[in-house]
Design a protein around this ligand. Structure first.
Ligand code: AP5
Length: 215
């Protein structure tokens, strides 16, 4: 599981870790909402109201959605952006206990708020595979085009500075308490997210007990 404030690099590292571990599914709640929004589903419409305001989508909606996603993925998985409240973490714990699939590690990516704001202002996301780039810090090889799949790169509606600052406030109030929640369970692995993408991946793998050159 990847935990951390908006802009810490959860999505970036989730894709990198998925590339290293064969057959592991990636479940990103933000990506599922955005996919629903593009498809014009009622779930997407409902989520948009909260996302555009920088608020959290209600727990019952998210928990049901992740439960369905986990049921579709019988093997290993990486969670990005879930859980985000203690209620979601409790629901996940019960769900994983029921299916005998315990969590093996929680990577808490740490980054200060001003660095996060800077990263999100320059973020561009592939509309096809959801990989992220940054116009200043990590530009694609061809402007506006995803290196991995050739998809179109777009800017997210919720990356306006005011919305980003609200998302950071919501993170500190509702999600940061999960750091203690998982520390108490012996699952927490803290990772300094200030560094290059390669450095952060290497720290994440070390924290998980893997070596960076395993694959
Ligand atoms: P979500 O899509 O999950 O957004 P978030 O948590 O705010 O996180 P971000 O995607 O903004 O950042 P990230 O940490 O993934 O960073 P990234 O790798 O992209 O959620 C969006 C909304 O959906 C929420 O606000 C909420 O409304 C709703 N939602 C989702 N899950 C929910 C839940 N469980 N409950 C309720 N509501 C929910 O990187 C950011 C930028 O930095 C990129 O440009 C990247 O290229 C760059 N970058 C990454 N790493 C580095 C590095 N090491 N050095 C330099 N640049 C870097």
């Amino acid at each position: 599981m990847l935990l951390g404030p908006p802009g810490a690099g959860k999505g970036t590292q989730a894709h990198r870790l998925q590339d290293r571990f064969d057959g592991v599914a990636l479940i990103s709640t933000g990506d599922i909402f955005r996919q629903n929004l593009r498809q014009g589903t009622p779930l997407g419409e409902e989520a948009k109201r909260y996302m555009d305001a920088g608020e959290l989508v209600p727990d019952d909606v998210v928990v049901r959605m992740v439960s369905d996603a986990l049921a579709d993925q019988p093997g290993g998985f990486i969670l990005d952006g879930f859980p985000r409240t203690v209620a979601q973490a409790d629901a996940l714990e019960s769900e994983l206990e029921r299916s005998s699939r315990p969590l093996t590690g929680v990577l808490a990516l740490a980054l200060d708020d001003e660095a996060a704001v800077k990263r999100l202002a320059g973020r561009r996301t592939c509309s096809s595979c959801q990989r992220t780039y940054n116009v200043e810090l990590h530009p694609p090889r061809r402007e506006g085009v995803c290196d991995a799949c050739g998809g179109e790169l777009v800017q997210r509606d919720d990356d306006q500075e005011l919305t980003v600052r609200r998302r950071l406030d919501v993170y500190h109030a509702s999600t940061a308490p999960l750091v203690e929640f998982y520390r108490e369970r012996g699952l927490l692995r803290e990772v300094d997210a200030d560094g290059s993408e390669d450095e952060v991946t290497s720290r994440a793998l070390d924290a998980l007990g893997e070596t960076a050159d395993r694959h």
